[in-house]
Every structure is written in C-alpha cells, then in structure tokens.
Ligand binder design. Structure first.
Ligand code: ADP
Ligand code: ZN
Length: 221
C-alpha cells in the first residue's frame, strides 16, 4: 500500500507511521528522520538542514526532493511505502507527482491527521525523546517511571532542539501557510481520510488502522 500522512507537526504522524509501517511491512519514509540522521552523522547535508530545522523553518526544496526521489527508487519501496513529512509544500507535491509518474506508481490513500493548535503546542513542548533508542515520552501524558530516563533502554531523555515554544509556534505558522494547502491540492484526486487525534494515542492508532482496512492495531512492541 502506498500511503501519505498529512498533518501539522505534533499531531503524532511519526509515531503512527512507525506502527503502520510495521503492520503493513512497508518502509517508513520520514524526511525529518532522514535529516536528523544526517545531522547525527555530521554530513554536509546535515549541517545545511540543521540551520533551518533548529529555527523551525523548512529545509529548501532543492535539498529535500532528491532525497525522496532516490529513496522511492530503492527496491524496498516497490511494494509500498508510507510518506511522513513529505511533501510539505505545493512545489514538493508537484515534484512527487512527477517521480511517481516516472515509477508508474499511484498513491492509494492519504491520511490527514487533525489536531487543534493549542493541543499541538502542549504536546510538543512536553515531548521528550530518548537519545539512545528514540522512544517518545511526554512529561505529563506519558511520563517515564524515572524522570529523564528511558523506560526501555535507560537512555537519557532529551528535548528536541526544535521543540521549544518559540520554534513550535514558527513550525505551526509554516504548516498553515505552506503545508495545509496540500489538502486541497490532493482532494478529489487521491482518497483522503481525516483522522482526529484529540483522544489517546491508542485511539488514534485504531482509527488510522481502520482507515487502511487493518482490523487491530495490536503490534508487538
Ligand atoms: P515535525 O512534523 O514534528 O515538524 P519532522 O521530523 O517531520 O517533525 O520535521 C522536522 C523538521 O525537518 C521540519 O521542521 C523541517 O525543518 C525539516 N523537514 C522535514 N521534512 C521536510 C520537508 N519535506 N521539507 C522541508 N523541510 C522538512
Ligand atoms: Zn531508550
């Protein structure tokens, strides 16, 4: 299945995408994760991308589209994939249309995850991430047993550089201006399902799974 997840930063796209990718046995393609991986490995692309990410701005399209194009051409994407965080601009969407055309592929469905800005700000400002294994926590809603320490691997919990209030507000503004117009861009030509993510994470997972025709969201951790 070829899927795209749309939605503002902080709606839980990334975590839902991980579960869905596992259940469908398709690769999870997150441009944010790819950039963060480059940053950790201190590549030229990583250094360039970080300048924008830390400010809550979009990485320029020139740097972004080629990564996605080469990723989609890899063997493991032939039977499906989940795009998460790409496209984020109309320009990127036009580019994606071209790449999929070339590869003779079509998107099967878009899942648009919806949440109000206030809840997003609360979620992102309380988010903590394990520096070692990437597990995601929230200081109120999903606190670890021991403050600052990962339940799974005992790694240190850190705050993402772009999860401070000022940068979160900038990321939301960028979403409303640049990314939200994608909803209208795809409406009518690709099947789109809206999923509210205002309840628990598990409830959202159930809705996402049933949108793609999977019965149960039970995936072993
Ligand atoms: P979030 O959805 O919470 O903002 P992501 O990991 O998807 O988290 O993105 C983090 C940052 O990476 C973005 O704020 C942006 O700077 C950069 N980024 C990710 N994907 C793209 C993209 N498709 N185009 C431009 N910049 C991107
Ligand atoms: Zn951990």
């Amino acid at each position: 299945m070829r899927l795209m997840l749309l939605g503002a930063p902080g709606v839980g796209k990334g975590s839902q995408a991980v579960l869905l990718a596992k259940a469908l046995s398709v690769p999870h393609i997150s441009t944010g994760d790819i950039f963060r991986c480059h940053i950790v490995n201190n590549t030229e692309l990583g250094k360039e991308a970080q300048k924008y990410m830390d400010k809550g701005m979009l990485v320029p399209d020139e740097l972004t589209v080629s990564i996605v194009a080469s990723r989609l051409k890899q063997d493991d994407c032939q039977d499906g994939f989940i795009l998460d965080g790409f496209p984020r601009t109309i320009n990127q969407a036009v580019f994606l249309d071209k790449v999929l055309d070339e590869l003779k592929m079509q998107l099967d469905m878009i899942i648009n995850i919806v949440l109000d800005d206030r809840s997003i700000i609360n979620r992102l400002s309380g988010r903590r991430i394990c520096a070692k294994c990437g597990a995601v926590y929230h200081i109120e809603d999903k606190a670890p047993a021991n403050e600052g320490i990962c339940d799974l691997c005992k790694g240190e919990l850190i705050q993402r550089e772009d999860d401070n209030e000022e940068t979160i507000v900038r990321r939301l503004k960028v979403y409303h201006e640049m990314t939200k117009p994608l909803i209208d861009n795809y409406k009518g030509r690709v099947k789109m399902v809206d999923v509210e993510s205002n309840k628990s994470f598990e409830v959202t997972t159930q809705k996402v799974f049933s949108a793609v025709g999977l019965k149960s969201a039970k995936v072993e951790a």
